[in-house]
Design a protein around this ligand. Sequence first.
Ligand code: PGA
Length: 259
Amino acid sequence: MRDFILAANWKMHKTPKESAAFFRDFLPALKAGSGNRRVIFFVPATNMVTSEEATRGSTVELGAQNVHSEVKGAFTGETSVETVKAIGAKWALVGHSERRTLFHETDADAAKKVKAGLAAGLDVMLCIGETLAEREAGKTMDVVRRQLERGLELVAGDTVKSQPKRISIAYEPVWAIGTGKVATPEQASEVHQFLRKTMTELYGAASANAITILYGGSAKADNVASLVAQKDIDGFLVGGASLEVASFSALIENAKPKT
Ligand code: PGA
């Protein structure tokens, strides 16, 4: 059975103190889920140490929002995979649309980061998704296929085949991120099913069926139930609604995995 993942992307929000306060309230509110549910927080790297202390002994997992593709070197301002792992990250988020649009990251950059994260022992969540212009031009499937295939191209022959559960895909239509405009269950499901089919074709059915595909883009407590009822939607990557304990706890509660 593949993992059902609820992931928070805190972006550039919260100080270490605010992160600790969040977890203090959130952990007691986190009700036991089924065995395949994972709850992950992509926290600012500066808050990893405090977040690790605050979540130690719980089932919550932590991840970095971005990593550099080289292990070390003259890369002023960047954060290495080894460092985030050493201070508590289990995951690396790669290729988020804000990294792609605001920081000009390419599919080739994403591919190198996926490889570096996995090599360091981190699990990796690769984000993909089309812009509004691409959707309106009827290019959604071409875009997500390209981002998926290129993003995983350096690991397709090994980790994707041998350890597919270490990789998750977050489908986030760019037009839905932070806009309050959520994809309809049909729109999301169409892409998720296309991604599963594409992965089956590229990596084989066993790997494709083990890989979690999350939806992201204005996911909230009041819209996740209809999305999760769709085929191939295996969780959520959540920005805005993950910042408050009440909104994220309610979202988790309403996004009960399919049994
Ligand atoms: P949002 O962000 O939930 O605020 O739309 C999602 C994301 O960027 O991962």
